[in-house]
Design a protein around this ligand. Structure first.
Ligand code: SF4
Length: 372
């Protein structure tokens, strides 16, 4: 039996474009949400017929800001998935949410619609850093949103946090210890099941990327210091560091995201979404109005499709699998010159069954992987 797949639903709408963001999202099209949801439902029906029957282990609403959906809209999409695919009992159903767009009734509505995991974009518990990050919520709004999620009855609540922000530095006015204080407050205040800690990256093409390139904004250089102290702190608080940027209490690792890292197949629905199925990858039309128009015309919105070679699959498997602490199963992996070199330099190690990064290799994984 083939392993179950993940279904990703892209919701490309935001209230405000954060200046560091290179995700696919727009701020001027909220009026299209209802029409977009109908197109998403049509695409789900089309894909289920075209791809054959698949079992589904997880559904993930990502964005953008999926919490701009009304509960009835989220319900419509979840019902379309459950009617057209065999969704496993207890499947993880996540919605990403921004604090300013959550309300108690919305949270209850999502729960009633079948959502059982909420991932809240907190980013920081420091109002000054939130402003520097160009976020439109405050610390208080973030804490209120998490409290409301627990009050609504969610057990599986994740918070996204970011370090390496403009104004933060290893020893400056907002130091690593300030960041650890934020994690302290967050984990002492709520029984979170999962925390993601990302280092802010200045992506080219974003306003932040341009500022950093011309030197008008400086970001702290030593991410490794944040990485080590975060790990030490969160492990003491009972969170396992299971992926470079992700921490979970035992049993609460994200089913959906682990699926990506383990290179399991997934179906991406919505504008700009990507899918991976049996060695083929395809991407949907990116802009919202043309996406809706193409779905209404043809049932699907595929704009680019490629068949992956064995070598591409191995490289992608390594890039993703080595992000996991447990590493990647050796089954089907050819030991290349690059891997042998990294084994000899102590960046990777092998067990009887797995290839994984050493502690030294893991904290500098991006440069480690460049050698592959
Ligand atoms: S809310 Fe998230 S997706 Fe939207 S602009 Fe900000 S970072 Fe990007």
């Amino acid at each position: 039996m083939t392993p179950p797949v993940g279904v990703y639903i892209h919701i490309p709408f935001c209230r405000h474009k954060c200046f560091y963001c290179d995700f696919h999202s727009v701020t001027d099209s909220e009026g299209l949400i209802a029409e977009y949801v109908n197109a998403v439902v049509s695409e789900i029906k089309y894909r289920a017929k075209a791809d054959g029957g698949h079992r589904v282990a997880s559904i993930f609403f990502g964005g953008g800001t999926p919490s701009l959906l009304k509960p009835a809209q989220a319900q419509k999409i979840i019902t379309a998935v459950t009617k057209n695919y065999e969704v496993e009992p207890g499947a993880e159903i996540t919605i990403e949410a921004n604090p300013e767009s959550l309300t108690p009734s919305k949270l209850r509505g999502y729960l009633e619609a079948g959502v059982n995991r909420v991932s809240i974009g907190v980013q920081s518990l420091n109002d000054d850093l939130l402003k520097r990050l160009d976020r439109i919520h405050s610390k208080e709004q973030a804490l209120t949103a998490i409290k409301q999620a627990f009050d609504a009855g969610y057990i599986n609540v994740s918070a996204d946090m970011m370090f390496g922000l403009p104004g933060q530095s290893v020893s400056g006015w907002q130091s690593v210890s300030g960041w650890i204080e934020e994690l302290d407050e967050l984990t002492a205040s709520f029984p979170l099941s999962h925390i993601s800690c990302y280092q802010l990256t200045p992506e080219p093409g974003t306003p932040l990327g341009r500022h950093v390139a011309r030197g008008s904004i400086e970001l702290p250089e030593d991410g490794a210091e944040f990485f080590d102290k975060t790990e030490r702190f969160l492990e003491k608080r009972g969170f396992g560091h299971y992926e470079i940027s992700n921490y979970a209490r035992p049993g609460y690792e994200s089913v959906h995201n682990v699926g990506y890292w383990e290179y399991r197949d997934y179906i991406g629905i919505g504008a700009g979404a990507h899918s991976l199925m049996e060695g083929e990858r395809w991407a949907n039309v990116k802009s919202i109005a043309p996406y809706i128009a193409k779905i209404n015309r043809t049932g699907h919105a595929v704009r680019r499709r490629e068949s992956l070679t064995k070598q591409m699959i191995q490289t992608e498997k390594l890039m993703l699998g080595l992000r996991l602490k447990k590493g990647i199963s050796l089954e089907g992996i050819a030991i290349t010159k690059g891997i042998t070199k990294m084994l000899s330099t102590g960046m990777l190690k092998k067990t009887r069954t797995h290839l994984l990064a050493t502690a030294k290799g893991w904290r500098v994984l991006d440069s480690t992987l460049a050698e592959l």
